[in-house]
Ligand binder design. Sequence first.
Ligand code: FAD
Length: 415
Amino acid sequence: MSAPTSEEIEAEVLDWFNGAWDPDLPLVEWRKLLLASGWAVPSWPTQWHGRGLPVWADKLAHDTIRGAGGVVTPLGGGMGLAAPTILEHGSDDVKQRLLAPTVTGELLWCQLFSEPGAGSDLAGLTTNAVRDGDDWIVNGQKVWNTSAHHADMGILVARTSWDVPKHAGITYFALPMHQEGVEVRPIEQMNYRASFNEVFLSDCRIPHANVIGEVNDGWRVARATLAHERSFATLRKSKMPTKPWGRTVTEANDEATDHLKTYVWYPQRAGRADLLMERARTAGVADDPVVRQEIMRAISFQRANEWTAARAKRARELGHPPGPEGSLGKLAASELARRCHRAHTTIAGSQGMLRSGDDPVHETVAEVLVSTPAQSIAGGTDEIQRNIIGDNILGLPREPAPDRGQPFREVARNT
Ligand SMILES: Cc1cc2nc3c(=O)[nH]c(=O)nc-3n(C[C@H](O)[C@H](O)[C@H](O)COP(=O)(O)OP(=O)(O)OC[C@H]3O[C@@H](n4cnc5c(N)ncnc54)[C@H](O)[C@@H]3O)c2cc1C
């Protein structure tokens, strides 16, 4: 039998939606109906709440439901990172327990990967997990964990063997956050936001049943999450719910507003190319040749980057695995942020250092100047993207790794 066309899928989704939609249902109850219909994530297999359709059907179903005034799956790392990783690598038991409440928004997730001594070299992590009967006991510290302050669960990588090379002794867990032994401390950033946290783990417990993948095979699972992280970054921007009419949409709006508070500075982090022309005109420097050059450099680079991103997005929708555009696009986004930063600074002059003022646009520009450095760090630094491009795309010799093959216990590291 041939795969259904997009017109057939759209018609079927609408038909289902019109029969099922009740605007006064509690949000979770609505999402349970959505889950049972298979339209929450139609690309997932039929035994796991989906319909086994191509990846592009997910966006089509969501657009159709939203277009008809409805509500789909929650924003955030649960659907963007945890769920696809669990689907690919989790046991049936884990899928059974954790997928549905993630789709309904009953479980909010954060990513507990980075550590004070392990960011770019994530496989050098030292958070330690030791088996104790049916549980694992975990000790260590994670850092830069976005949204950990309101997460119910964390996707966690921890060391479970010290006697094998570093990549071979890591296990991937689903950590229940609400327990004694998990302490979350927000970090105030230089733009005065506090979107990420330090997370201290002291004798906290994880049931063995919450291991994702095999014990000591967590690096493979973590790589799957990191691959999803690049496409997740673009999804985050696009999904404001529709205008409120009834309980379901109101609750979805509240949920999204709360979630997006964490990311309110992310447009500034990307450089705000959209404000450049207006700022130059308002400041009376639009005819300054230096300013014009800076704006042109930023905007033309932005356009070229949008085309690369559009190609990558289309490839994902067609079901192709993440390709080189991911690293190239990430690197280009950092460069764009720097070019915008430079152009905004040229326009604003020393006033760019002032945070207070009556002009909200000026406030936004001031925030751009202290937020753009994050663009070239989050989700893998520029230098690491260049290493990936060199190794995987250009086929250059791999970076020297003096610890390759060495048991992790013997690897020199900061203590
Ligand atoms: C906004 C934001 C949100 C984040 N959210 C999360 C989150 O939710 N969960 C989470 O776990 N982490 C999160 N992070 C952390 C992020 O993944 C790390 O900051 C990142 O991987 C870099 O690690 P690091 O900060 O330890 O820097 P380091 O790895 O210490 O790097 C320091 C410098 O050395 C360079 N360097 C390191 N290794 C090499 C190399 N081999 N070759 C060349 N140069 C190198 C780096 O490029 C960088 O310039 C977030 C970070 C930011 C900025």
